[in-house]
Design a protein around this ligand. Structure first.
Ligand code: NAD
Ligand code: DAU
Length: 357
């Protein structure tokens, strides 16, 4: 395989994948990205022009997609509307890009007979209980909670249908929560890091007991490359690095890592429908394809991520006020003196205790 079309390559995980591919392979890459609020061409600055080309465009543009797919050997599909909170405020773009965009790509790879890899999320499986050892496997039934995760589940099912009905050579990977450089400041970890840089207290939804299974973006990239090289068409692989942590622990680690008291954060009301826990069993990827993560130490990866946001304020500063304005317009406001337990109020991110400082 020589030439890849990577959709969404100007977003967080896509950009990390492009840098990983440039550093670790000889592949040629074309990125197709619409440059929504979440896409930043600057994340791809300085890449070698003999191996890399950027095309600004929409994956829903069938003519453009057809012409690009015709010129490559495989498609890696990252492009999506990716943020749960945005999907609660306005689901329509999620349906358009995540469902219709995936359909347009699938029809093009079907027509041109190209290999397809679909990037998906562990959120399609819904939530796990906090106090049970179960983790998601490739056999866990789909049970998505949010408009975002339901559109990702729908896109996964489209891929499976195009495999079965039309013989498309596609694989799917469902990964857990990524962290690392180039992540939009609307997301949990960069939001808190950039808040602290700005002298604003971090904001924890509900009690903070919710667990996410963190993986460094470079480990996601190495797993996707491994699936492209050795994955069996028609199969699904779960990607995870055994990184379960609750949100409270993560926020405290960020504060301590940035020289602040561990308790200098505010609880805010819960995200509606907030999934309790995600956890990935990646045994299949490890045993069948021989993959293993390289960034197993979350503390080291988090320190590197904090350093990256400190060193790259030019990259994120322009996003910050718009991201915070979205949280405000969704109802976020400071309230003093409450416990931090989820109140059930509908407004996402409404502060219910504490004070900036
Ligand atoms: P992101 O929001 O940072 O980036 C998405 C990118 O897609 C942006 O560059 C945006 O401009 C582009 N895009 C959006 N709509 C488009 C369209 N219609 N046409 C072309 N480009 C479009 O997202 P991310 O966090 O990097 O996630 C990338 C993929 O990985 C998504 O499919 C997401 O579901 C999946 N995923 C994310 C995580 C995570 O922790 N962030 C975990 C597992 C899976
Ligand atoms: O599990 C994979 C998914 O991880 C991906 O499919 C999504 O694209 C990606 O956005 C991410 O979804 P989450 O909803 O888990 O990520 P987010 O960064 O929005 O939130 C992580 C956790 O932190 C979640 O439990 C909500 C909580 N949170 C979030 C924000 C923004 C807070 O407590 N405070 C916050 O300010």
């Amino acid at each position: 395989m020589l030439r890849l079309l990577v959709t969404g390559g100007a977003g967080f995980i896509g950009a990390n994948f492009i840098h990983y591919v440039m550093a670790h392979t000889d592949l040629q890459v074309v990125v197709l990205d619409k440059l929504t609020y979440a896409g930043h061409e600057s994340s791809l600055a300085g890449l070698p022009t003999d191996r890399f080309r950027f095309v600004k465009g929409d994956i829903c543009d069938a003519e453009l997609v057809d012409s690009l797919v015709a010129g490559v050997d495989a498609v890696v599909h990252y492009a999506a509307e990716s943020h749960n909170d945005n999907s609660l405020a306005d689901p329509l773009p999620f349906l358009q890009t995540n469902i219709m965009g995936t359909y347009v790509l699938l029809d093009a790879v079907r027509k041109h007979g190209k290999r397809f890899h679909h990037i998906s999320t562990d959120e399609v499986y819904g939530e796990l209980a906090l106090d049970e050892p179960q983790r998601f496997t490739e056999h866990t039934p789909y049970n998505p909670s949010s408009p975002y995760s339901s559109t990702k589940a729908g896109s996964d099912l489209l891929v499976r249908a195009w495999v079965r009905s039309f013989g498309v050579e596609a694989t799917i990977s469902n990964c857990s929560n990524n962290y690392g450089p180039f992540q939009h400041v609307e997301k949990f970890i960069p939001r808190q890091i950039t808040n602290i840089i700005d002298g604003v207290r971090p904001r924890l939804y509900g009690s903070g007991e919710n667990v996410r299974d963190w993986i460094h973006a470079d480990d996601h990239s190495s797993a996707v490359l491994r699936i492209l090289e050795r994955g069996v068409p028609g199969e699904t692989y779960l990607i995870g690095a055994d990184g379960e942590r609750n949100n409270k622990d993560v926020i405290e680690a960020i504060l301590v890592g940035m020289g602040q008291p561990a308790d200098a954060y505010d609880h805010v009301t819960d995200r509606p429908g907030h999934d309790l826990r995600y956890a990935i069993d990646s045994s299949r990827l490890r045993t069948e394809l021989g993959w293993a993560p390289s960034h197993a130490d979350f503390a080291v990866g988090l320190a590197g991520t904090i350093a990256w946001y400190r060193d790259n304020e030019d990259w994120w500063r322009g996003q910050k006020s718009a991201a915070e304005a979205k949280y405000s317009s969704a109802g976020e406001q400071v309230q003093h003196g409450a416990s931090g337990q989820a109140s059930g109020a509908a407004a996402t991110g409404q502060v219910i205790s504490g004070q900036v400082g």
